[in-house]
Design a protein around this ligand. Structure first.
Ligand code: SF4
Length: 93
């Protein structure tokens, strides 16, 4: 699957050095997140990073740790949806 990346041209990060979005401490993360908060393509950026499991940097206004949590909770949600769909099929069979 090829993901659309045309949104990248509109990212506010294009106006900053790339290192800003790969911070080494919490202060740096907050600086990057403030820029992302104003970005017009924030949601596309976040989906891209979640979909491709991008490990490093601030993407879509979320830190690496936050994205890991989001991926985990999506996985749990998908697993419980599958489980309830299977239960529903068994009940209706
Ligand atoms: S949300 Fe942040 S990292 Fe993503 S494109 Fe916008 S400024 Fe760049």
């Amino acid at each position: 699957m090829t993901m659309d990346t045309t949104w990248m041209a509109e990212g506010l990060c294009n106006n900053h050095p790339p290192a800003v979005f790969f911070p080494s401490d919490g202060v740096g993360v907050e600086i990057a997140k403030k820029i992302c908060a104003e970005c017009p393509v924030k949601s596309q950026c976040l989906e891209y990073a979640l979909e491709l499991r991008v490990d490093h940097g601030v993407w879509g206004g979320e830190s690496e740790r936050q994205r890991r949590r989001m991926i985990k909770s999506r996985r749990h949600a998908a697993a419980s949806n599958t489980a309830s769909a299977e239960t529903s099929v068994r009940i209706n069979a």
